[in-house]
Design a protein around this ligand. Structure first.
Ligand SMILES: [Zn+2]
Length: 235
């Protein structure tokens, strides 16, 4: 049985999963996790593929507690097959509290296009102004070794594209991590649209400098995440 703090984290992870499903970032696969502060454990969506359920109905019972070796600590499901995404990124990045793996369509398509994500839009392109790395192997991240390769490619960035597979984002909170993936998908879609009109012209370095030092994980932005995206969930 999960303690009160863990149960609250599970509730928030489940709600965030319902949100990112509703926003089209994941369908039947993909997973979100959040660290349990002060422990070697994190909460992550369990392995539900065989159950044939839609992730729109995710509840706290679907979230399990796992340690940094990828072993189940508590909960009614096995850890996801790609749990090494979470264990290896948490081990490599003490600064992060949440990890999200998606199969978001536009960002995944960008990852096989050979094109780089460009800073084209001040609403959701700025956090990727210094580039988004691409993990070059179209493989499942199903061993710690491959997870470590992904961590190397991600470096100190907040997002990476996974060639022919999906995306990964990290953040200092669940809200921050999910917002990075949401913005990445919107930025990829926007670039796709701009490319239909002609050759996209990136925002200049002078203009980008106006936004330097901007915080992406303020209390205000966390509240906005739940209020705005949560408000769009079907009643
Ligand atoms: Zn995957």
């Amino acid at each position: 049985m999960a303690d009160k703090e863990t149960q609250e984290i599970k509730e928030r992870v489940a709600q965030a999963i319902r949100i990112i499903v509703n926003e089209g970032l994941i369908e039947w696969s993909g997973h979100l996790s959040a660290r349990i502060p002060g422990t070697r454990h994190f909460c992550v969506l369990g392995h539900l593929h065989e159950e044939g359920r839609s992730l729109e109905e995710t509840t706290a019972e679907d979230i399990v507690t796992v340690d940094l070796d990828g072993k189940l600590v508590e909960g009614g499901h096995e850890p996801p097959g790609e749990v090494s995404i979470h264990t290896e990124l948490y081990k490599a990045r003490s600064d992060i509290s949440s990890v999200l793996h998606t199969h978001a369509p536009a960002a995944t398509a960008l990852g096989v296009s050979g094109a780089a994500l460009l800073p084209l839009n001040i609403s959701y392109g700025l956090m990727f102004a210094d580039g988004v790395p691409v993990f070059p192997s179209a493989c499942q991240i199903n061993t710690p070794e491959v997870g470590q390769e992904l961590a190397k490619v991600l470096g100190n960035k907040n997002a990476a594209l996974m060639k022919g597979h999906g995306t990964v984002s990290v953040g200092t909170s669940i809200e921050h991590c999910c917002s990075v993936s949401l913005f990445l998908e919107k930025a990829a879609r926007f670039q796709l649209m701009a490319t239909q009109f002609g050759e996209p012209q990136p925002i200049s370095a002078v203009d980008l400098a106006r936004y330097a030092g901007r915080k992406w994980d303020s209390e205000e932005s966390r509240q906005r995440f739940w209020a705005f995206y949560g408000g769009r969930l079907p009643k």
